[in-house]
Design a protein around this ligand. Structure first.
Ligand code: FEO
Length: 400
């Protein structure tokens, strides 16, 4: 038997922790695991909000039984169909064959496609409501946070928002489930990493969703990953963070991401970083793309306004790790960055041309001419690298 966590009267947490998976979506590292959150609303009618990854169906089932006993579940609300949340739907339908699945028209298309489910479904539209008894479920369609079918469910009587992936974080829930029960400090950085990795492409849809939610009184935010947000300061903080990230606004700081085969391009990066620090920039983050995971590099580029990229020329192209990084930045439509670039070459200088094309395409503010190095560091190159760090620092300082 489990002692089920109660979030508010009649609202229970029945999610699970995954501390064994190495990579979320087989892409993004999970050094501290992840939680798949699901919630039960026990009213005259019982509703379950989202399910969990199929690997945890059995634990999940035991938690639900522990909370409900033999009482049936009337509704499953599917806020999001990605399999980390929909993976236990087939199993749930087998256990509760009379359950009605609530989603929107796009959810229904995916339910049929993924799981062959076409019966006992209730397709809702934006702002539709379903009465459970004392409480009401009101649905808000919030497409592209993070798939086209995504929606949120609000219970006005309790001022609880079930937000899907939005406001979610990497990191398992160790002990507490609600922010007031745990030290939530480390989760905010993991929220930025999650956002930049998973949701970062969808700034405009996030802005549209925040606009839709702006008139709603929210006292509890129940995301599908990470802590339940209940503390006043935290609710404001996570909403403000999503607002800032989705507008591509960033703090004063500099990311230097570079590739280097034998250390020459890396020496340029060191000079630029030292110059930026000497000129007052405390937040300087350096990433060697062959060592840092792209997940962390993206997080930092979403955090800081200054971006300097360095690459050797490799087969007349960019260094492969840099090529991959700029593809990820393009994919996320990253905007409004102060940008600098540098590169090394031995016989054909191609990397700077590619970086210039990238910066122009992204409409970055290029702070000065790039630093070009043939073979190794010479005095004029050192001076030009120092100059790049200094100009970047001065432009960042003006941001205040
Ligand atoms: Fe947590 Fe988009 O799934």
């Amino acid at each position: 038997m489990y002692k089920t966590s109660q979030i508010k009267e009649g609202i229970y947490y029945v999610g699970v922790n995954d501390r064994t998976k190495h990579l979320f979506e087989n892409l993004w590292p999970l050094p501290k695991g992840i939680s798949y959150n699901s919630y039960l609303i026990d009213d005259d009618k019982v509703a379950l909000i989202d399910t969990v990854d199929v690997c945890y169906s059995e634990v999940y089932f035991r938690k639900i039984r522990s909370a409900l006993g033999d009482k049936p579940i009337d509704y499953l609300v599917v806020n999001h169909m990605e399999p980390d949340h929909s993976g236990s739907i087939e199993w749930l339908v087998n256990q509760y064959p009379h359950i009605t699945i609530i989603g929107n028209s796009r959810t229904m298309d995916m339910l049929k496609g993924f799981y062959g489910i076409t019966e006992n479904i209730l397709s809702i539209k934006d702002a539709d409501e379903v009465k459970l008894g004392k409480n009401t479920l009101r649905f808000y369609l919030t497409p592209m946070i993070h798939w086209p079918e995504t929606m949120m469910t609000y219970v006005p009587e309790l001022k609880i928002l079930f937000s899907g992936d939005a406001f979610g974080t990497y990191g398992s829930l160790d002990g507490g489930v609600v922010d007031s029960q745990l030290n939530s400090d480390g989760y905010f950085d993991e929220m930025i990493r999650y956002y930049s990795n998973i949701v970062g492409k969808y700034g405009s849809p996030v802005q549209a969703a925040l606009g839709k939610l702006s008139g709603i009184d929210i006292e509890v935010v129940c995301s599908t990953h990470g802590p339940v947000w209940t503390e006043k300061g935290n609710i404001e903080k996570v909403i403000a963070l999503y607002d800032k990230l989705s507008k591509y606004e960033a703090d004063k700081g500099l990311v230097i991401a570079y590739g280097s085969m034998y250390g020459n391009t890396e020496q340029l990066a060191e000079i630029i970083a030292a110059s930026a620090a000497e000129n007052g920039i405390k937040n300087v983050v350096m990433h060697h793309v062959s060592k840092s995971h792209q997940s962390d590099i993206l997080r930092d580029i979403f955090k800081y306004r200054g971006l300097i990229i360095g690459s050797p020329t490799y087969n007349n192209q960019l260094y492969p790790g840099i090529e991959s990084l700029i593809s990820a930045l393009r994919n996320r439509n990253i905007k409004d960055r102060l940008f600098g670039y540098f590169g090394g070459f031995s016989w054909a200088d191609a990397s700077l041309r590619h970086l210039k094309e990238f910066a122009e395409e992204m409409r970055f503010d290029i702070v000065c001419d790039p630093v070009s190095m043939k073979h190794s560091l010479h005095a004029d190159v050192v001076e030009s690298a120092w100059n790049l760090g200094q100009i970047m620092a001065e432009k960042l300082q003006r941001q205040d």
